[in-house]
Design a protein around this ligand. Structure first.
Ligand SMILES: *Cc1c(COP(=O)(O)O)cnc(C)c1O
Length: 396
C-alpha cells in the first residue's frame, strides 16, 4: 500500500481538484461582451430573454431573475406572505440561507429532520412540526440535487393550507416522476453561483405558474416600485409609485446574457454529472466503509454534489482525518453541511443540539467529493484512486 501524502508519501495528483467549478467558454464571453457594447447594462432586454428561456426549460409560466439565490429565497418568503409570528418548516441539512430567508421576514424557522437514506426533508417529520395556525410554508431543499418527495409534500401543504417552496439551488436539470425541478412547488428558487449548475457570477431565479406572484416578485426586486427604468423609458414617462417595501435584487443584463449562454449547455452538463456519479457509484459499491447516498427510483438526480457517508465503525479514524488525508492527496473534498441549527447564530436563538438527530448524526459521516462537468476522466480516476488509497489505509 502506498504511503499517504499526509504521512509524507506522494500525492495522487499535483494540483488541488476543487469540489465544484464553473465552465465558461468563448460563446459565454462573447455574449457578455455584446451587452457591454449595448445601451442596457442592467434591466434591459436580456433579463426578459433569460427569464423566458429559464421558464421554458423548467416548464413554468414565469421565471423572475434576481441578484443571487439568497435574494431568490427572500423574495419567495416575502411573496409567500410570511412575517412575524409565522413559522416555516425547513430541513437542517442545507446551506444557512434556506433558513435565514425566514428570519429576514421576521418569521421563525422550524427545523424538521431528514430521511436517513437520502437526507432529504422527511414528509413525516414535516407533518409532526405543523402547528396551526402559525405554520405558513414549507421550504423543501433538493439536497445534493435529488428532488424531494413532492407528491407527499404537496399533499401535506394542501391539507394544512401551506405554501410549498422548493429551494432547488442544487437541482436545476433534475426531474421528479418525469416533471422538471422548478415546476414542482408553488415557488422554486435557484442560484447561479459558480459552483452551481450554471453561473452568472452571482445570480438567482424564482419560478412559478402564478403570474400574480411573479408580478409581486418583480416589484419586490425593484425597491417595491411598480415599473422599471426601461419600461418608463419605453412609455416616455417619469412617473412611478413605490407600492411596497422592496430591495434592489436586480440581476444585470451582463449576467443574464451569460445565463442565457450557459443555459444552452445545461442538459449536456447534467448528463456529464450523472455519468460521473454512475462511475463513482460503481466503484464505491466495492469500497468498504463508503456508502453513496440513496437515490429514489422516480427521480433524475441533478448531482450538484456527490455525497458519500462513511461507515465510521469500519474505519480507525474520524471523518475529519479522512478529509485531511484526501486534501493532502490534492482531492478537494468538502462537507455539506453543518446542520443549520448548530451554527452559533441559531444556537443563540435557542435551537438546541439534538433537535434533528438524523441530520446531526449524518453530518459526522458526510464527505463531498469533486463533481463538476468540466472534470476530465483522469480527474475522476484521481478521486477514485485517492479514496481507495485513503480508505484502504484507514480501514479498521
Ligand atoms: C447556493 C445555495 C443558496 C444560496 O445561493 P447564493 O446564490 O449563494 O445566494 C441557497 N440554498 C442552497 C441550498 C444553496 O446551495
Amino acid at each position: 500500500m502506498d504511503r499517504l501524502a499526509i504521512d509524507g508519501g506522494k500525492p495522487v495528483r499535483k494540483n488541488l481538484l476543487p469540489y465544484g467549478h464553473q465552465w465558461v467558454d468563448e460563446a459565454d464571453i462573447q455574449a457578455v461582451v455584446e451587452v457591454l457594447r449595448s445601451d442596457w447594462l442592467t434591466t434591459g432586454p436580456k433579463v426578459e430573454e433569460f427569464e423566458r428561456a429559464f421558464a421554458d426549460f423548467v416548464g413554468t409560466k414565469e421565471a423572475v431573475a434576481v441578484s443571487n439565490g439568497t435574494a431568490a429565497l427572500h423574495t419567495a418568503m416575502h411573496t409567500a406572505g410570511t412575517g412575524p409570528g409565522d413559522e416555516v418548516i425547513v430541513p437542517p441539512m442545507t446551506f444557512a440561507a434556506s433558513a435565514n430567508c425566514v428570519v429576514f421576514q421576521g418569521g421563525t424557522p422550524v427545523f424538521a429532520d431528514v430521511d436517513p437514506e437520502t437526507l432529504l426533508l422527511d414528509p413525516g417529520a414535516v407533518e409532526a412540526k405543523i402547528t396551526p395556525p402559525r405554520t405558513k410554508a414549507i421550504i423543501a431543499v433538493d439536497y445534493a440535487g435529488q428532488p424531494c418527495d413532492y407528491d407527499a409534500l404537496r399533499a401535506i401543504a394542501n391539507r394544512h393550507d401551506l405554501i410549498l417552496v422548493a429551494d432547488a439551488c442544487h437541482a436545476l436539470g433534475g426531474t421528479y416522476k418525469g416533471r422538471p425541478v422548478g415546476s414542482l412547488a408553488d415557488l422554486s428558487t435557484f442560484s447561479f453561483h459558480p459552483v452551481k449548475h450554471i453561473t452568472t457570477g452571482e445570480g438567482g431565479m424564482i419560478t412559478t405558474d402564478d403570474p400574480k406572484l411573479a408580478q409581486r416578485m418583480r416589484v419586490f426586486r425593484n425597491h417595491g416600485i411598480t415599473t422599471d427604468h426601461r419600461q418608463r423609458e419605453q412609455q416616455g414617462s417619469w412617473f412611478y409609485e413605490m407600492v411596497d417595501l422592496g430591495y434592489n435584487y436586480r440581476l444585470t443584463d451582463l449576467q443574464c446574457a451569460l445565463g442565457i449562454s450557459q443555459l444552452r449547455k445545461l442538459s449536456v452538463w447534467v448528463a456529464r454529472r450523472q455519468k460521473i456519479a454512475r462511475r463513482y457509484d460503481e466503484v464505491f459499491a466495492e469500497v468498504p466503509a463508503v456508502e453513496p447516498l440513496a437515490v429514489r427510483e422516480d427521480v433524475s438526480h441533478a448531482y450538484h454534489l456527490y455525497m458519500v457517508k462513511l461507515d465510521l465503525t469500519k474505519l480507525r479514524v474520524t471523518r475529519a482525518e479522512v478529509f485531511a488525508a484526501l486534501r493532502a492527496e490534492n482531492i478537494g473534498a468538502n462537507v455539506h453541511y453543518i446542520p443549520v441549527c448548530w451554527h452559533p447564530y441559531y444556537q443563540r436563538l435557542g435551537y438546541k443540539r439534538g433537535l434533528c438527530p438524523v441530520a446531526e448524526t449524518a453530518y459526522e459521516q458526510l464527505l463531498t467529493l469533486p463533481m463538476f462537468p468540466a472534470m476530465s476522466d483522469q480527474d475522476v480516476d484521481d478521486v477514485i484512486e485517492a479514496m481507495q488509497k485513503v480508505i484502504g489505509c484507514y480501514a479498521a
